[in-house]
Design a protein around this ligand. Structure first.
Ligand code: FES
Length: 163
């Protein structure tokens, strides 16, 4: 059958395959777009640094305890009068400062700065105490805002968030 013999309104083979090809192309572009969008979307894990982290319930932390939240990069310190959330980053050149439970101090492995449990400098070269993150306690649950860094020159009891 020649083209001139096509009936009006009848779809030719060429038009049919052209339409199928066009639809396939649209479907492929949509799939590519969704993959691209997922790739570009920032990945924010629960409890990750930079977010408000649910640390736990007040009663889970004994007075005197220091608990490390590795992913969120802070230590939750419970003192007699409340909590501190101390940034693990040394105020000298930014090394990760480990808590030494047996000695009751933070000891930076890079240049040996020592910090008290409250984060105050015992010996330098660190120029100031460990930074803090704001804490909010709601219905007995502790939330730490690791997106807000608080620098300080010394420890004051009013930095504590009461239980
Ligand atoms: S980075 Fe901690 S003492 Fe230098």
């Amino acid at each position: 059958m020649t083209k001139s013999q096509d009936k009006p309104g009848q779809v030719t083979r060429r038009e049919f395959f052209g339409a199928i090809f066009g639809l396939s192309l649209v479907a492929m572009m949509a799939q590519f777009g969704s993959v691209l969008a997922r790739f570009l979307e920032p990945v924010i894990e629960e409890g990750a640094f930079g977010t408000v982290v649910r640390a736990g319930r007040v009663e889970e932390f004994e007075v005197g305890s220091v608990n490390y939240f590795r992913q969120a990069r802070f230590y939750l310190v419970r003192l007699e009068d409340g909590f501190l959330a101390e940034y693990r980053k040394c105020t000298h050149l930014g090394c990760v400062v480990p808590w030494i439970e047996e000695e009751g101090i933070f000891n930076c492995p890079c240049h040996s700065s020592l910090f008290t449990k409250e984060g105050e400098v015992i010996s330098g070269p660190a120029p100031r105490p460990l930074d803090l993150f704001p804490i909010e306690i709601r219905d007995g649950v502790i939330y730490v805002d690791t997106g807000t860094i608080i620098e300080r020159e010394a420890f004051h009891p009013d930095q504590l968030t009461p239980a």
